[in-house]
Design a protein around this ligand. Sequence first.
Ligand SMILES: *[C@@H]1O[C@H](CO)[C@@H](O)[C@H](O)[C@H]1NC(C)=O
Ligand SMILES: *[C@@H]1O[C@H](CO)[C@@H](O)[C@H](O)[C@H]1NC(C)=O
Ligand SMILES: *[C@@H]1O[C@H](CO)[C@@H](O)[C@H](O)[C@H]1NC(C)=O
Length: 287
Amino acid sequence: MATTTTTTLTKLALSLTLVHAVCASRQILQAAGASSICAGVSQYIIAPSYVYPNCSITTPSCAWYSFSNGADYVIINPNSGPGTTANSDYVNLVSDIRASTETFITTILGYVATTYGAKSEAAVNAETDLYNSVYKVDGIFFDEASTDCTLTSYYSNIVTHVQDTTMSPTGQDYTILNWGTNGPECFLLNTSGNVPADNFVTFENSHASYASYAPHAYMANYDPARFYHIVYNVTEANLISTMTKSKQFRAGRVYVTNDDLPNPYDTAPTPFTSYWEAEVEKAAASC
Ligand SMILES: *[C@@H]1O[C@H](CO)[C@@H](O)[C@H](O)[C@H]1NC(C)=O
Ligand SMILES: *[C@@H]1O[C@H](CO)[C@@H](O)[C@H](O)[C@H]1NC(C)=O
Ligand SMILES: *[C@@H]1O[C@H](CO)[C@@H](O)[C@H](O)[C@H]1NC(C)=O
């Protein structure tokens, strides 16, 4: 049983790698205006995987098994941030992911809350430094990000700190600002005084709220890889239509789950095959 599952997932991983490659070239065609093959984009999954890793990524009942078999990026959150010292369960998790030859995960991000700019740059940078020294992450997910254009230098500085200090074994220094809602273009401008984050969460809310969402017009001028939608409380019946909508909204990064408030990120989406695998396949498809 376990062997069969592993074999199936290996095949799925291989076929999804091919699908990703095909979709990437389609995105380039669309961006160049050469052809409009479909109204959507292929996507990578970023999992806000805030589940305590007290089980193995190779155990099918473990949430981290699901994340490992489908998420391209994961966010680790030992204690609403890195905590104060090394947590051996997280050290082991990161080491297991790095050592795995089957996982989809290419990028491990650390969670840091910025309290809408109220947390000092020094305090934010200290958390980044702790993730780097203890877990050797590939980048940082900055939560509670402000949408106030007077704070572009604050966010530019903490993004620059990640780029200057990364200890990622993969050489990445990926950064995400979580607005949770649409934000202004000032944060994306590559002006001399502003170093933009790689990606912005422009929707984080429930399935019900997604019905009234629309992206800002300026977002159509940017690569879909710059935008990330997180939709929770999505039933299995609504999964594919929600994924399709996120593609039509040009969110190149996505996470859809049937977990719900008060904490929609304390389990992986279930069931594995009919929900999570369906989401993984749909994300990789171009429409
Ligand atoms: C993992 O930890 C949670 C609490 O954080 C606990 O409820 C659960 O029983 C633990 N599971 C294992 C396998 O230790
Ligand atoms: C602007 O910065 C972003 C984030 O670093 C990068 O992805 C993008 O390629 C840059 N654009 C230009 C035109 O340099
Ligand atoms: C989640 O969605 C269901 C309908 O599918 C709704 O009844 C429920 O209230 C929602 N949960 C929350 C916390 O809003």
